[in-house]
Structure formats: C-alpha cells, structure tokens
Design a protein around this ligand. Structure first.
Ligand SMILES: Nc1ncnc2c1ncn2[C@@H]1O[C@H](COP(=O)(O)OP(=O)(O)OP(=O)(O)O)[C@@H](O)[C@H]1O
Ligand SMILES: [Mg+2]
Length: 288
C-alpha cells in the first residue's frame, strides 16, 4: 500500500506544527508504522530535533528538489537520515531552502508537482510520511498539500491572534483541493498549548466553530521544551507524563480518522533524563 502522506499546516508561526510532527512520528512508530518525516521548512527545527547526527548540507530536501529530471527516480538511501526514533527516517531541510522558490518557479511549468514526482520512491518504502511546513501560505506548503492525502492543523490556544489567518488557510486548502488535489482531506485541527484558563477555553470554542476539532488536545507542558533540549521526544523523555499520553492518543485518533488499525502494541521507550544533549549543544555552537 502506498504511504499515507500527512502535512501539518498553519500559516501562523509557533503554534506547535513541529512539536506535533516530531512527537506524532514517535507515537505512530510505536503503533508499528514505519514513518518518514520530511522537513519542508527552511528554519529546519524539525531536522535539528530529530536528526541523530549533524545535518549534512549536501543531503537535504534542497538537493532532492534540485535534482535534474534525468536523475529520477532518486536513490533515497543517500538523502534519508537516521533519527532519534527507531523506525523513523528524516529527509532534512536546511536554510538553503529559503532561496530556492524562484528557481523552482522558473524551471518548471507546474512547480507544484516537483515534490510529488521526486518523493514517489518513498511511497513504497514507508507506511506514513509526515511533512512539517513553514508558517507561510507559499510554494512549499502548496507542494506539500499537492502530494498529501491528509492535512492536520495545529492551532495554538494560548494567544489572542489564533483565529487570525485561519480563514485564509481554509481558503488555501480549498484551492489546492479544487485545482490540484481533490483527494486532500482536512483531518481536523488540534488544539495546542491548552490551559485551564478562560481565555484558552474561549479560543477552543472559537476554533470548534471553524474547524472539525480532534478530541485529543495537547496541553501546555514544560516537558515539551525539556524534551527538545534533551533532543528526545516527549515519549522518550517523560513517558508517563500527561503530555506523552496526549501524543499517543493523538496518534490513535489520527489512525482512526484515516481508517487505519495500529499494527502492534506499544513498546515502552527508554527512561528519561532532563539534560541538554551533546548534539543539541554542538548544533547551537555550529549555528553561532
Ligand atoms: N503544548 C505545548 N506546551 C508548551 N510549549 C509548547 C507546546 N507546543 C509547542 N510549544 C513550544 O512553542 C514553540 C513553538 O512550537 P513549534 O516550533 O512546534 O511551533 P511551529 O508551529 O512549528 O513554529 P513555526 O511556525 O515557527 O515552524 C516551541 O518553543 C515549543 O517548545
Ligand atoms: Mg515549525
């Protein structure tokens, strides 16, 4: 069966797209699925969190998109990177993705199809492909939605500007459905950074008027930042936390909304420690 391709999308920044991509990948892998994460955001946060080694700038999504048509089909063994999660591979991103939009626009009659054609070999290699996207309604999101069968909308309930731009996002998804990908389905919106405050509950109420909401919500949790610093997923870092359970529930809800059964029982992850990982430190040093 061809891989199920799911994009996490929201044109608003900092709402939890990358956090959900990383932790959903782990939770889905624990349900027995082989997962490939594609980082389609020049910020590369997802790659930095997931990659087991420093990212090789010559083996990224940029090289995949730049490959000449003559090179197809691509040998993905040289592009996919090991991650901190068993059974999850990564096609990393780099900042160079930022400068590539106009090249792709100029080089192709239909630039939207470039990603779809390039990643075709991956569809037979994995059960699920998760795409993390940048906070923009630009070419990369359009490409991601063109190749996806499902889209998840992470929505931050902690701020007053959550609803700003959501209509644009819905309109954008409808355009992609109408013009290039009628198969694309919005699985739902996931409320993130949820608290017991009246404000957070009020934002959830507003979101549920506009979106089909996932029953699972992701509460605001310090284990998320701690796990990022330790370069672990929440399930690896704090397996028994409420937040870890929420990601397990989210994965199960995603599977159920996609009509898929879990493939095996959960395997417990390693015990956690709250430390800043050596690799995270190296990455910070390399970036400074
Ligand atoms: N449930 C949560 N509780 C607490 N902090 C969170 C939660 N979800 C995400 N965060 C924090 O919010 C920040 C933004 O999260 P994240 O990077 O996942 O958002 P994003 O939508 O991918 O951002 P961007 O649009 O810039 O790519 C991060 O510092 C992350 O640690
Ligand atoms: Mg992100």
């Amino acid at each position: 069966m061809a891989a199920l391709v799911i994009t996490n999308a929201n044109n608003k920044g900092g709402v939890g797209k990358t956090t959900i991509t990383v932790n959903l990948a782990d939770a889905l892998a624990r349900e027995g699925f082989s997962v490939c994460v594609i980082d389609l955001d020049p910020q590369s946060n997802c790659s930095q969190h997931l990659s087991k080694t420093l990212i090789d700038p010559d083996r990224s999504i940029v090289n995949v998109l730049q490959a000449a048509d003559d090179d197809l089909p691509l040998d993905f063994d040289s592009f996919l990177t090991e991650t901190i999660i068993d059974n999850v591979k990564l096609l990393p991103s780099t900042l160079k993705l930022d400068g590539l939009e106009s090249d792709i626009h100029n080089a192709y009659v239909n630039p939207l199809l470039v990603l779809k054609r390039r990643i075709e070999p991956l569809l037979d290699q994995f059960d699920i492909i998760l795409i993390d996207t940048a906070p923009s309604l630009g070419l990369w999101l359009r490409m991601a939605l063109t190749v996806s069968s499902k889209v998840i909308i992470p929505a931050d309930t902690s701020g007053q500007y959550t609803m700003q731009g959501t209509k644009d996002l819905q309109k954008f998804i409808k355009q992609v459905q109408r013009d290039v990908n009628p198969e694309l389905e919005t699985l739902g919106a996931v409320a993130t950074k949820v608290t017991a405050t009246n404000a957070s509950q009020a934002v959830m109420g507003l979101l549920s008027i506009q979106f089909n909401m996932f029953e699972t919500v992701i509460h605001s949790a310090t284990v998320i930042t701690e796990s990022q610093l330790a370069k672990m997923t929440v399930l690896q870092h704090a397996r028994t936390s409420r937040c870890a359970k929420e990601f397990v529930n989210l994965a199960r809800e995603v599977l159920s909304r996609c009509g898929l059964q879990p493939k095996r029982k959960n395997k417990p992850g390693p015990k956690s420690k709250t430390t800043v990982s050596t690799l995270a430190t190296q990455e910070l040093e390399a970036a400074s």
